[in-house]
Every structure is written in structure tokens, then in C-alpha cells.
Design a protein around this ligand. Sequence first.
Ligand code: KG4
Ligand code: ZN
Length: 349
Amino acid sequence: MAALPPARILAIETSCDETACAVVENGRTLLASTVASQMDMHARYGGVYPEVASRQHILSILPVIEQTLAQAHLALSDLDVIAVTRGPGLAGSLVVGLNTAKGLALGANIPLVGVNHLEGHIYSAWVYDGPPKGDNAGENPPPEPQFPLMALLVSGGHTELNLMESHLKYKRLGATLDDAAGEAFDKVARLLQLGYPGGPAIQKSAEEGDPAAINFPRAWLDGRWDFSFSGLKTAVLREVKRLEGEGKPIPAANMAASFQAAVVDVLFTKTLKAARQFGAKAILVAGGVSANRALRQAFLSQKEFPVHIPPLSLCTDNAAMIAAAGYFRYALGQRDGMEIDVLPTWPLS
Ligand code: KG4
Ligand code: ZN
């Protein structure tokens, strides 16, 4: 894309259990980001309780927007565009963000751009902390991902491998046939009684364990780019039952480490193979599971492809990623009207 227009975008994200707002300039420079997590409220249910999430978004959304604008030292009149997540996600949660975004766009008389949450995750890799704050602040922004780009999206609800030939164009090569990677982390954490959310809990426990302790199965699904994690989850369950049956203690750390190693092995190996086969110039990894240290290390320790992984704070749900994706959509001419509705089921491609 040549000569993109400058734009300061405020984005809102309420697809699940985080109420988030951010301001990003030109799709890359982060000026402010706020994420109000409802994690503690849902932890007692062992997962997100939709009705609770929606009510909490209503309470949090305006303070979160005010805090973000204050942090950026900006007023509504300083903004050029409002971007918002339309889906996929929980309808009752999405509707709070979308209606608030419509109100802001109407009030400020600026364009509204609806964004796909999965596209947001991918574009989180474009965002960097702008000067004067942040670890990578400075004159030169980090390099932009180059196309063709092999993009691995690994979140709580989705696991897919997409070939991007250019901005906003996705060729889905494969996806999970059963559980998403994050979902597998969450379910196995529950099996091992490590708590919620499962990803960070497994990672923490795995640090005390041996990844080679148990040789859990890897579903390679040769000849296709899809993934499957339910067999692995069942193997963990079987091992837990076997040990329980024998009256033995569950070596949770070794099981967590061995499970994590199996997931990372498949995600890393298949993505690298696809990048080679499709002549990618770079690899992108995004979504909640891209926060996983073992997964990041696997990708960052190879030198064959440049790798783009968002900073930790932008791996899980946030609004900066929605602003970034919204920017590229805005630059392409997308403008949405007040009639747009939420899209709880909305595939990327
Ligand atoms: O992208 P995300 O915040 O929400 C969705 O759009 O789904 O992803 C949440 C998922 C959860 O399943 C969580 O357990 C997982 O990301 N996750 C992790 C880690 N941090 C979050 N999985 C593995 N290791 C982590 N450090
Ligand atoms: Zn997400």
C-alpha cells in the first residue's frame, strides 16, 4: 500500500471478558491502551460467564475510554476515526462496545470502522510503543512484517494458519479440527487442577517440570495444514486416570511441561514448514497463546525467517490491535454506517 493517510484511531474491544480501549497513530504507534480485565469475576466459574461479562462491560466502558484519552492527553476532537470489534465473540459483550463506538463516532462526527477480532490479533504485530514511553521507543519503529507472510493465529477460540499475500488478504491453509490451542491449555490446566486461565498456569507449572518426561502424542495430520489437540488432551486425561487408579501422585509440573512441549512442537514445526513451502518472507505469531514463553522461544531461536510476535501486553485481548487493523481498513476506504450490527460468528477468510 503506497502513501497511507495519517490517522489517529481510538478503538474499542469488548468481544469477550476484557473491556479495552486504545489510541494508535497510523496503525503502528501506540499512544495509550487500557484493558479492564474481568478475569477474577469469571475465575470462580472456570470460564467466561456471558451475562456477567456483558453487565461488566456496561459498567467499565466509559471509565476505560476516559482513562485512555487522559493517558494519551487527547480529547475526542483530536481523533480521526473510531474502530470497534464487531465479532467474533459474545453477542451481549460485542453489542456494548459497538453501541458505544457508534455514539462516539456520531458525537465526534468522524468515521466508524468495524473490525474482525481475529484480524485485530494479527495486526497486533504491527503495533509498537511510541515515544516517549515503552521499551522499544525511539526514532526508528521496528520493521513491518513483509508479505507474503505466514500468520499463525493461536487464541482461546481459534487456531489457524493463514498465508497473507498483502494487507487484509488471508488464505486459510488450515485450522484446528477440534480444540483451539488456548482451549487445550485451559482444559488441561483444569485436568491438572492448575487454575484459570489455563495458559499462564500451565506455563508457570511447566517451568518446574521436564518437557521430555512424558512423550505425549503429536497430531501431525500429514499432507494438510490443519491442527488437532483433542487427542493430546485425552492422552493427558488418560495419564491422570492411570496414575489415580494406581494411587500415585500426579506429577503436574512434568505433565504441564510435556503437554506444552507437544503443543509448541506441532505449532512451530507446521508453521515453519508452511513458510518454506509457500515462499513466505516472514512469520507472524499472534493471539493469546503467542504470550507463551516456550512458543516464543521456539520461533525466536530459528534464524531462517524474520518473526513478528506482539509484545506480551498485546498478545491477549486489547484494543490497540483493533485500532491497528482498523487503520489499514480505513486506509483502504472502509467506512461503516450506523446500521452495522455485531457478528458473533465471523470467520477471517
Ligand atoms: O486471544 P485471547 O486473549 O482470547 C481469545 O480471543 O480467545 O486468548 C486467550 C487464550 C486462553 O486460552 C489462554 O489460556 C491463552 O490464550 N493464553 C496462553 C498464555 N496466555 C494466555 N496460553 C499459553 N501460554 C500463555 N502464557
Ligand atoms: Zn482474542
